[in-house]
Design a protein around this ligand. Structure first.
Ligand SMILES: NC(=O)c1ccc[n+]([C@@H]2O[C@H](COP(=O)([O-])OP(=O)(O)OC[C@H]3O[C@@H](n4cnc5c(N)ncnc54)[C@H](OP(=O)(O)O)[C@@H]3O)[C@@H](O)[C@H]2O)c1
Length: 257
């Protein structure tokens, strides 16, 4: 098993891409601390993976709070003895153009998407230095191809990308790799719809006109990229931005919307 014994922290593990990533990594032998605020969901996820080759330990934390981030790292050390990989996946979005975006919503996105990467990575640094580990940050293809009306989210994910490149340089001498995965349009709860509602919307063709591939992306597609970066295959990759987007950034004309 490619990830046997890898000690991984996944934030935003209570739904969507994070939950799928926990599932895939544990299935390949990694030990995973599954982190988010909705604790019951984490418990259910861990219970469902009780028979997996890797251990899954649920941990409740608000990843924008330094104290919680430090407690998260302490929990991983207690459970697994250290951290090899930190996946900064937690994030949120409020869709609104600049003139109607509330201050609190803009600041909320900056906290959930940007401050979280800062405090969680900083909290994990000592452990990542010991393991010569890796940080994987979730960006978004909207940075390369901003859709109208999502300025706050685009700005926050742009910051994630810039931070990751800067960190890849700052931490490279410690043997720590820092990379970004940019999902395209993947059904999840992020935009306030249920996964089923999003799938139905995509199935009617709304998103397909924007992609090269005529297939709906799946959280598993992103989880596979995380697994690759977390494993031996990613050994010589740092400062990279990897699109998992069905060709969304190629910029097909907006046929249907
Ligand atoms: N789905 C897409 O199409 C897409 C595209 C590009 C990028 N992304 C990025 O991929 C990542 C995962 O998104 P998703 O689509 O899976 O959305 P999602 O289903 O809404 O998941 C977001 C996760 O973040 C957690 N979270 C948010 N704020 C948090 C906080 N303060 N503390 C701890 N956990 C927090 C949520 O858990 P709790 O509410 O339980 O805390 C939830 O588990 C995000 O960074 C998102 O921006 C997604």
């Amino acid at each position: 098993m490619m990830l046997e014994g890898r000690r991984v922290v996944v934030t935003g593990a209570s739904s969507g891409l994070g939950a799928e990533t926990v599932q895939l990594l544990a299935g390949r032998g990694a030990h995973v601390l599954a982190v988010a605020r909705r604790e019951q969901r984490l418990r259910d996820l861990a219970a469902g993976l009780a028979g997996a080759p890797g251990r899954v330990v649920p941990f409740r934390a608000d990843v924008t709070a330094d104290g919680d981030a430090r407690a998260m790292v302490a929990a991983a050390v207690e459970a697994f003895g250290g951290i090899d990989v930190l996946v900064n996946n937690a994030g949120s979005e409020v869709q609104a153009p600049i003139d109607t975006l509330a201050d609190a919503d803009f600041e909320g996105m900056l906290r959930a998407n940007v401050v979280s990467v800062f405090v969680c990575t900083r909290a994990a640094l000592a452990e990542l230095r010991k393991s010569r580990g890796a940080v994987i940050n979730l960006g978004s293809t909207v940075v390369a191809r901003p859709p109208r009306g999502r300025f706050g989210y685009v700005a926050s994910k742009g910051a994630v990308e810039a931070m990751s490149r800067a960190l890849a340089l700052d931490l490279g001498r410690d043997g720590i790799r820092v990379n970004v995965i940019r999902p395209g349009i993947i059904p999840s709860e992020l935009r306030g719809l249920t996964e089923e509602e999003e799938r139905a919307r995509f199935a009617t063709g709304i998103a397909f006109g924007k992609q090269a591939l005529s297939e709906v992306g799946d959280p598993r597609d992103v989880a596979e990229a995380v697994a690759w970066l977390a494993g031996p295959g990613g050994r010589f990759v740092t400062g990279a931005v990897i699109d998992v987007d069905g060709g969304y950034v190629l910029g097909a004309a907006d046929v249907l919307g």
